[in-house]
Write a protein that binds this ligand. Sequence first.
Ligand SMILES: [Zn+2]
Length: 58
Amino acid sequence: MELAIDYTCPQCSRRMAVDLRTISPGRIRYCSHCKTPLVLSEEALHNFSHSLQQLPLG
Ligand SMILES: [Zn+2]
C-alpha cells in the first residue's frame, strides 16, 4: 500500500498527493502549477490519519 499526503496549494487550491517516502523534514514542496510553496492543511493530516488507520495490522 502506498501512503501519500495531500498537499494543498494556498495560491491556486490545487491538491497534490505527495508520496510519504519522498517527504523529509525541512524539504519544501512547490505547486507544480504555480510554483507556490505548498502547505499541509489540517484536512490533509486528517485524511492521512484516516488512511493510516486503514492499514492492515501485522
Ligand atoms: Zn498552485
